[in-house]
Design a protein around this ligand. Structure first.
Ligand code: DOR
Length: 439
């Protein structure tokens, strides 16, 4: 009984429960789970005192390559991911150029193969000009799905009219990821975006989010197309989404679960500015309630780095977005330690959930035959989030100075150790994620 890698004596968090078990990985796949004292391996990890999670999948990041590499690139973004215990990322199409064609996509996948520390997939952007090509584009290697922006955020991708949204949803079959903010209402209220980011959620108000989510849910059900509504921020949307679980899955971000207005704007200024915005306590607790009731399928970071210089511009010229891929798991482990959710529920939201939503092939579970993707966690470790730990090119986080309990101490991707105790190991060897619908 030989394997490439044995992870011994850990506390495994899986669909079976939370139990002491060893895991053997051979040729990138899990080949045995249980009491494996008779096994030997080329490499062994003693995971005594550690929790062994299936690899964390962050299904919403912006890594800025190509074209905006002064903010981030695929090497630094995926390094930040691996440092935070993330084993695979799905990256968004608002790069430069926008990811709209087969060539744009093939170029991103080539870049990923060259320099990504984690496994990766990319979204193809939906735009008026590529609607007829979406059915073939969504089948290309490395494609997680289609991304549709209903409201303009950063960059020019926009599909805001019902008839155009309908065309996108009628062209193709895979799940479509949606940024739901209502563009006409955003434009009509733009005069409110003045003086200070405290006004950000006043401009991009609850009704902006609710209206767009309601519109896209209706069109999704009419067209029979599955959608995934990203970064939900209001309790009103959660009430709606609970009635559309046949066609719609739901994402929340750690920042919307952790920060609240107006405090975050008073403390962090434009560093707290993102779209859709961080809102008041009533919404934050509404998001938690929906999460606890199972309305939420996935936690994604919406990692959206901008430089400190860019963020220092006066509001509203300051760009929207904050980094988060590296802090996603530490923040959520801290919430587990504070009794907000169980370890198994977190595992469902960060591994099984993304796999279910996007039909990922062979990832998201600790089961025989699945990829040997593992996040090792020291659940008791108290650690301050410090700038010196961050690998993102932007060099800041809204959470620096915060002490969390629970810390990712190892990232293993297809049986290779990529991060251990805060150090990246070896060289980048990320591969495109595979999906059941396009095997
Ligand atoms: O705040 C945001 N920033 N929201 C988005 O939808 C885009 C993102 C970015 O790319 O910076």
């Amino acid at each position: 009984m030989r394997a490439d890698l044995l992870i011994k004596n850990g506390t495994v968090v899986s669909a079976r429960g939370i139990e002491q078990a060893d895991i053997a990985i051979e040729n990138e796949k899990i080949v045995a789970i249980g009491s494996l004292s008779s096994w030997s391996a080329s490499e062994e990890i003693d995971a005594s005192g550690l929790h062994v999670f299936p690899g964390v999948i962050d299904s919403q990041v912006h890594f800025r390559e190509p074209g905006l590499e002064h903010k981030e690139d695929l090497a630094t973004g995926t390094a930040a991911a691996a440092m935070g215990g993330v084993t695979a990322i799905f990256e968004m199409p608002n790069t430069k150029p926008l990811t709209l064609t087969a060539q744009d996509m093939a170029d991103k996948v080539r870049r990923g193969r060259e320099k990504a520390w984690t496994d990766f997939a990319f979204f193809i952007g939906a735009a008026a000009e590529n609607v007829p090509n979406l059915p073939s584009l969504e089948r290309q290697e490395g494609v997680a799905g289609v991304k549709l922006f209903m409201g303009s955020s950063t960059g020019s991708l926009l599909v805001d009219r019902d008839e155009d949204i309908r065309k996108v949803l009628e062209n193709g079959v895979r799940r479509v990821a949606i940024h739901a903010e209502d563009e006409p209402r955003l434009l009509a209220r733009q005069h409110l975006a003045v003086d200070t980011p405290v006004n950000h959620p006043v401009w991009r108000d609850v009704e902006c989010a609710r209206l767009a989510t309601e519109r896209v849910l209706r069109i999704a059900r009419e067209t029979g197309r599955r959608i995934h509504v990203l970064h939900i921020t209001t309790k009103e949307e959660m009430a709606l989404l609970a009635k559309y679980k046949d066609v719609a899955t739901v994402e929340v971000t750690p920042q919307h679960l952790t920060l609240q207005a107006p405090d975050c704007y008073e403390e962090l200024g434009s560093y707290a500015q993102m779209n859709p915005p961080i809102r008041e306590e009533a919404h934050r607790s509404g998001l938690w309630e929906a999460l606890q009731q199972g309305v939420v399928d996935v936690i994604g970071s919406d990692h959206a780095p901008h430089t400190k210089e860019e963020k220092a511009k006066p509001y509203p010229q300051s760009p929207s977005g904050m980094p988060g891929v590296q802090t996603l798991f530490p923040l959520m482990l801290d919430h587990c330690n504070n009794g907000k959710l169980s370890l198994q529920h977190l595992m469902d939201l960060t591994s099984a959930g993304p796999a279910r939503v996007y039909g990922i092939a062979g990832k998201g579970r600790l089961s025989l035959g699945f990829d040997g993707d593992i996040t090792l966690v020291d659940l008791k470790r108290k650690q301050k989030i410090e700038e010196s730990w961050l690998a993102s090119k932007c060099g800041w986080s809204p959470f620096t100075g915060k002490t969390v309990t629970g810390w990712p101490v190892g990232t293993i991707i297809r049986g290779r150790q990529v991060m251990r105790d805060g150090q990246l190991l070896g060289s980048s060897a990320g591969q495109p994620v595979r999906f059941q619908e396009t095997l």
